[in-house]
Structures are given as C-alpha cells and as structure tokens.
Design a protein around this ligand. Structure first.
Ligand SMILES: C[S@@+](CC[C@H](N)C(=O)[O-])C[C@H]1O[C@@H](n2cnc3c(N)ncnc32)[C@H](O)[C@@H]1O
Length: 275
C-alpha cells in the first residue's frame, strides 16, 4: 500500500522521490554565487538531476562531482557534461559514495526524503574535510536545524563544529513539479574554531544525549548525575544561569562550558557513557 507521498510521485511518473527540479538559471546562478565558490575548490552537487546547479558550478569551481542515482538523469548529465574536464559524474546513491579526503564544499538541491542522512554523512564526523555547504532543503527541516535553543543531541553536536544558518525561503514555484511545501536555503560553514576538539566528538554526543533526554528539566536536577553539588554551584555561576534553568535552554557556547567543566573536574567514571 503506497502512502500519500509515494502516490503523488507515482502520478508524477517517477520512481525516484524528491525530483523537484530548479528551472530558473537566475536562481541557480545566484545560489552558486551565494555559496562563494572559488576557482580552486572541489564542489559536490548531491542529487544533480539534469544539472541545473552542475552547469554554473562547472563554470566557477575547480572540480565538480555531480552525484545522481536516477539512470535517466545520469544519461542527461553524461550528454551535457561528458566532455567537461572538471565534471565527474558519479552514478550512485550519495549515501554509498566515499567522500573526498581533501577539503571540499557542497552546493546542492538535495532529495528531501534523505535530508538528515545526508547531513549526518557530511557532519557526523568532524574529521570529514567539508568546509561549507549551501543546501536547498525543505523549509521545515531548515528551521529544525537552525532553531535556538537546540534540543536534539545530534544537531547540537553538529553545531559545536559548524555554523548553520537559514538564508532564504524558496516558494514551490521555483521547482518543477512544485513541491507541496516551501523550501529554504541552508548555509553550513565549518567554524574556524570548533567549540570542542575533534577527539571529544563522541564524548560530547554522550553528554548531550544524556542531558537532553529531559530537556525541560532544571539543569541542576539533570546534571547531578554527573557533577557534585559544589561543582554545579560553580558551573551555573560560570554559565550565568539559575540552577532551575531548563537544560534545554542552553546555547551551544554554554554546552561547551558544561563539557569542558566535566572533562576538567569530573572523574571519568561519572561521564555519561555512549548508548
Ligand atoms: C530536488 S532534486 C534536485 C535536482 C537538481 N539538483 C535541481 O536542482 O534541479 C533531487 C535529486 O536527487 C536525486 N536523488 C534522490 N535520491 C538520491 C540519492 N540517494 N543519491 C543521489 N541522488 C539522489 C533525484 O533523482 C533528484 O534528481
């Protein structure tokens, strides 16, 4: 039994979900400009479709990987870019693609159905050399990723390493066929100075998962499983909050303070463990 979304795609004559293509050259040009792509950069176009972004990217970037898993679109990409020296067409599911080992950027209008797995692949490991990404995604998702304060441990952990900003709303008429919801441009940039070191990534995720399990609880109640009473007193003073402040209200910088205090003052056997 197909759900509503699948039935809609079936009507549109495609087996590949999320094929809402951009048709305005002005828009695709302006997105590539907004991304600030440089002539020496490697750029990934994830879900390249018929190449609406691939073309302006190829004109600006050093190298472009056009990644697409619909064979009909791959055929079109080969016709258009087969001879372009700086475009590599990768006919694969992006989630199965090995990411570059050298620094790269992403400029893409991605398939909405796998937005979180795509972002996870790009940001779950801080050692992945992604410098920046300009992504067209569903507006609701863009709002979730940029909301403040953040109460999802995985998103909070991304934001310890990357700045995420919603730049612009794109109404359905920019796409063919038009999606039923608004889209938005999400801009992601690696922080010049991450709030926690790369090697602390898993440990921070454990602390965030532990703390945000009860995001609405007062922070002293939540943190007493990790910190001692006097340590909490010192910590809330340093954070500039009251003891009964819901832990879910903390900003990224405050989470970094909690984390660094834990590393510094709390014995490792009390640190939250990876689940
Ligand atoms: C929103 S469309 C964007 C197409 C094109 N970039 C544009 O702006 O016109 C998303 C594209 O992602 C492709 N796609 C869907 N799932 C994919 C996957 N797992 N890996 C690579 N491409 C995928 C679809 O076939 C579609 O062409």
């Amino acid at each position: 039994m197909k759900n509503k979304r699948q039935r809609q795609h079936h009507k549109e004559g495609s087996n590949f979900p999320g094929q809402h293509l951009m048709h305005s050259k002005r828009l695709t040009q302006s997105l590539v400009e907004m991304a600030g792509v440089e002539s020496n950069e490697l750029v990934l176009d994830i879900g390249a479709g018929k190449g609406a972004l691939t073309l302006p990217l190829a004109q600006r970037a050093g190298k472009v990987w056009a990644i697409e898993n619909d064979p009909q679109f791959v055929e079109k990409l080969r016709e258009k870019f087969g001879k372009a020296k700086n475009v590599t067409i990768i006919a694969k599911d992006f989630l199965q693609v090995n990411l570059p080992r050298k620094p790269f950027c992403v400029v893409a209008s991605i398939p909405y159905s796998i937005t979180t797995p795509i972002l996870g692949k790009l940001m779950d490991q801080p050692t992945i050399p992604m410098k920046k990404a300009l992504l067209v995604i569903e507006k609701g998702a863009a709002k979730r990723f940029t909301a403040s304060p953040v109460i999802r441990p995985r998103i909070l952990t991304w934001r310890m390493y990357f700045d995420l900003k919603m730049e612009q709303t794109l109404p359905p008429h920019h796409f063919s066929p038009p999606p039923r919801v608004d889209s938005a441009v999400l801009f992601i940039k690696k922080k010049t100075k991450p709030l926690i070191p790369d090697w602390c990534h898993a440990l921070f995720l454990s602390l965030a998962s532990y703390g945000l399990k009860r995001a609405e609880w007062p922070m002293d109640q939540v943190l007493k499983g990790v910190f001692t009473g006097p340590q909490i007193t010192r910590l809330v003073k340093e954070l500039g909050v009251t003891r009964d402040c819901p832990i879910g209200w903390l900003r990224e910088e405050q989470w970094a303070t909690v984390f660094h205090s834990m590393i510094r003052y709390v014995l490792p056997y009390r640190w939250p463990k990876k689940k």
